[in-house]
Each structure stands twice: as structure tokens, then as C-alpha cells.
Design a protein around this ligand. Structure first.
Ligand SMILES: Cc1cc2nc3c(=O)[nH]c(=O)nc-3n(C[C@H](O)[C@H](O)[C@H](O)COP(=O)(O)OP(=O)(O)OC[C@H]3O[C@@H](n4cnc5c(N)ncnc54)[C@H](O)[C@@H]3O)c2cc1C
Length: 402
């Protein structure tokens, strides 16, 4: 195992750190003040500070750092990008400022790897320029979507058109006024092998028949102006060249898409856990109860030690997964990727829970701690629930004995 960063990564990491500390974090409140949110998503507006910070990051070359492809992206591999994702995990705003936000990152990777030249020109170019945003429409309310082969929405080829029908939900990013397209997963051939039944189709958000029904709340928050939408695709007709890589490749693309995305999510979760631990320690050292700082009461030192040990273990395993992905590809890294997808969000949840507890009543009212807790809990479901990933780790373990 080799966790050494390339020279380019060694140069970029301190720049990202400085940018986050000096320009992004001081603007968190500006962002909150400028945000136009609330239940009516049609009124949502992107705070102007986002585009201002994006322009500054782009001018410094701190842009598309997630994309290993050196023609379209920064040319950093997953090992190189992992510490950058960790730094950006400390701020709810940072991933977007560097154009490294989900689900655009995964969608860009799909287009780089599987898109035609025309698809790249129309969708990838503006996405990587930060001019538009996108959504990934796989999960459906009607079926257990932990199993990607379950999807029932259809995308049937009729002559030189593909016709989409079905309802999707949890399409993250669909509420953003800049969201221009979705990658939709549906059945093209119900009689094919279950791994060849589905296709992925590029759908303009304003295509006739696309109806955004509502934005789903996450513990009462809409995550505006990003949003998580329920969308009806009602007889949406598109030219057949909107299918990515041709019919029947949907499952294959879904699998490839999620490998790097999970490393990004997990490293951001580790950065978020570091931020939570900082808050925990600061509070424990300075708040006095029963004549002593909280840190000297009960088992609070054990809580701090356990958090440090858990975060460091999660980071090492995530770096191992990044190394495996870089050197062996997605199929050589399946155990590690599934393992970290369970471990990192759970570590974050455990640390944030302790941080909230040590803050007493203030802990449940603090916007940063609320954001961290929501992120941890949602991440235990998004991109596959814990149980599915544990199932994968167990399956691969047992395979050794057959
Ligand atoms: C905030 C958020 C953002 C999301 N963003 C997106 C997005 O952008 N695009 C998108 O397509 N989807 C998105 N999702 C959806 C997410 O990927 C799904 O919710 C997830 O895959 C689970 O699918 P499901 O909700 O249908 O749950 P189900 O498949 O019905 O599963 C429910 C529960 O059953 C249990 N279970 C399932 N399988 C197993 C198993 N093998 N072993 C044991 N127990 C099992 C688990 O406890 C699981 O949580 C998002 C979800 C959230 C919460």
C-alpha cells in the first residue's frame, strides 16, 4: 500500500486548506443570510456568494479536483484527491466552490467514461465549467431501490426515440435553479439478463413530460437551493442518442459511478468528523460544571479518545480503499469501498452525537451541528444503506471459502 501523494497533490492540498479557512468558512453566515429557501422550491435562489467564491477558486486552479482525467479534470487520482475531500468536508459550502459537489461529480465521471462526443459537448463541458448543475434519478418510491436491478421506470426505444415513464424520488440537486439535466435509469428490455435490462438516459430538466412534484424534506430541512425531488417522467420523448453508451448498459454504469463517489463521501465525512471533534474538545475544555471543566467529568476523556481513534481508523481504511481503486479498479476494491461506506458515516454520526451531547441544549439548536448530524444520518442511506454494504463485505468474505 502506498499513500504517498503526488507532487501536484502536495502543492494543491495547502492551497485548498487555506482557501477553505480564509475565504469559505468566514462566508458561511453570508451564505445563510443570502439564501432564499423555504417549502416553495420554485422561489429558491442561489446565494450570490457561491458564484463569487467559485470564480476565485477557478482563477486559482482549484477546480474539478475530483476528476482523475487530466484532459477534463485536475489529473489527481483518488489517493491524491482523498485529503482534499477531507478538507472540503469541514464546510457545507466548500465542495461546490471547487466544483467538486455530488451528484455532479459522479455524473461528470459517467460522461467522461461513457459519454459520446456530442453528449460531452452539450452536458459535460458546461458542468465542468460550473455553469450548470445536474441530478441522478435512480431511486423510485414504488420499489426497494437498494437493489439497482429493481428499478421499474421504463425507457423504451421506439424507432429513433427513447420514451421515458415512471416516478423517481430523492433526485438530489433537482431544485437548484441551475440544474439543467438528469441522468435517468430505467428498463429498456425487461426480458434481458437482470444486469442488462436497464439503461441510463440524459434528460434535459425542461424536456416536455418532466414534472417535478415536490421537494422531500430531510428532518424538516429542504437542503435548499439543492433539494431532493420527487419527479414524474410522463411520456418523455427524447432522441435515442440521449442514451448513454447504448441500451442495456445502465447497471454497469451505475456500479462504476459509485466507486469514486463513495471515497469522496467518506473522506468528506471524515473531515466533518474532525470538525465535530474540534467543537467537542473546545466545549469540553472551556465549559465548567460542578467546579470542573466538562473534560474532567465522567467519561468525557474516553469519549474524546474513542473519537480520535475511530476517525483515524476510518481515514486509514478510506485511503486503503482509494489506493485499491487506483491500482485495481472498482472490482478490485469492492470490499474496501463497501466497508468504508459503512464505517465513515457511522463514525461521523457517533462523533457528532457526542459533540451535541457535550453542548447540552445548545447542541440541538446549533446550525453547524445540525448540518453534521443530518449529513451523517442521510449518508447511512444514500448511495446504498449500511446493510447492503455489509452484505457485500460478507458475500466477498464467504466467497473465499467456496
Ligand atoms: C438525502 C438523500 C439523498 C439521496 N440522493 C439520491 C440521488 O441523488 N439519486 C438517487 O437515485 N437516490 C438518492 N437517494 C436514495 C438512496 O440512494 C436510497 O434511499 C437508498 O438506496 C435506499 O433505497 P430505498 O430508499 O428504496 O430503501 P429500500 O431499498 O426500501 O431499503 C430500506 C431498508 O431496508 C433494509 N435493507 C435493504 N436491503 C437490505 C439488505 N440487503 N440486507 C439487510 N437489510 C436491507 C435497510 O435497512 C434499508 O435502509 C438519496 C437518499 C437520501 C436520504
Amino acid at each position: 500500500m502506498d499513500f504517498e501523494h503526488s507532487e501536484r497533490a502536495q502543492a494543491v492540498i495547502p492551497l485548498v486548506k487555506r482557501f477553505v479557512e480564509e475565504r469559505i468558512v468566514p462566508n458561511h453566515q453570508t451564505y445563510r443570510d443570502q439564501l432564499v429557501g423555504g417549502p416553495d422550491w420554485t422561489q429558491w435562489k442561489v446565494p450570490p456568494i457561491v458564484e463569487e467564491l467559485k470564480a476565485q477558486a477557478k482563477a486559482l486552479g482549484l477546480w474539478n479536483l475530483f476528476l482523475p482525467d487530466s484532459e477534463h479534470g485536475a489529473g489527481l487520482d483518488n489517493r491524491d484527491y482523498a485529503p482534499i475531500a477531507e478538507i472540503t468536508g469541514r464546510s457545507f459550502l466548500a465542495p461546490e466552490v471547487f466544483n467538486c459537489n455530488a451528484p455532479d461529480t459522479g455524473n461528470a465521471e459517467v460522461l467522461v467514461q461513457y459519454g459520446s462526443e456530442a453528449q460531452k459537448e452539450r452536458w459535460l463541458k458546461p458542468l465542468l465549467a460550473g455553469e450548470i448543475r445536474s441530478g441522478f434519478a435512480m431511486t423510485e418510491p414504488a420499489v426497494a431501490s437498494s437493489d439497482a436491478t429493481n428499478m421499474q421506470a421504463t425507457c423504451e426505444v421506439e424507432g429513433d426515440e427513447v420514451v421515458l415513464n415512471g416516478t423517481k424520488w430523492w433526485t438530489s440537486g433537482a431544485g437548484d435553479p441551475r440544474c439543467a439535466f438528469f441522468i435517468f435509469m430505467g428498463v429498456t428490455d425487461p426480458n434481458a439478463n437482470r444486469h442488462r435490462r436497464h439503461s441510463m438516459v440524459l434528460v434535459p430538466r425542461d424536456a416536455p413530460g418532466v414534472k417535478i412534484l415536490r421537494m422531500l424534506p430531510v428532518w424538516g430541512h429542504y437542503d435548499e437551493p439543492h433539494g431532493h425531488a420527487e419527479i414524474l417522467f410522463d411520456n418523455v420523448r427524447l432522441p435515442v442518442d440521449h442514451i448513454i453508451a447504448g441500451p442495456g448498459r445502465g447497471f454497469e454504469i451505475a456500479q462504476g459511478r459509485l466507486g469514486p463517489g463513495r471515497i469522496h463521501h467518506c473522506m468528506r465525512a471524515i473531515g466533518a468528523a474532525e470538525r465535530a471533534l474540534e467543537r467537542l474538545c473546545e466545549r469540553a475544555l472551556h465549559r465548567i460544571a460542578f467546579g470542573k471543566p466538562l473534560v474532567n467529568l465522567g467519561g468525557n476523556r474516553d469519549i474524546i479518545a474513542n473519537a480520535r481513534m475511530a476517525i483515524d481508523q476510518a481515514r486509514l481504511l478510506t485511503l486503503k480503499a482509494a489506493w485499491a481503486l487506483d491500482t485495481k479498479g472498482v472490482f478490485g476494491a469492492l470490499t474496501d469501498i463497501s466497508a468504508i461506506k459503512v464505517i465513515a458515516p457511522n463514525v461521523l454520526q457517533q462523533v457528532v452525537d457526542a459533540t451535541i451531547q457535550i453542548h447540552g441544549g445548545e447542541g440541538v439548536a446549533d446550525p453547524e451541528l445540525t448540518w453534521l448530524m443530518v449529513m451523517a444520518r442521510a449518508l447511512r442511506l444514500a448511495d446504498g444503506p449500511d446493510e447492503v454494504h455489509r452484505g457485500m463485505v460478507a458475500r466477498l468474505e464467504l466467497k473465499k471459502y467456496r
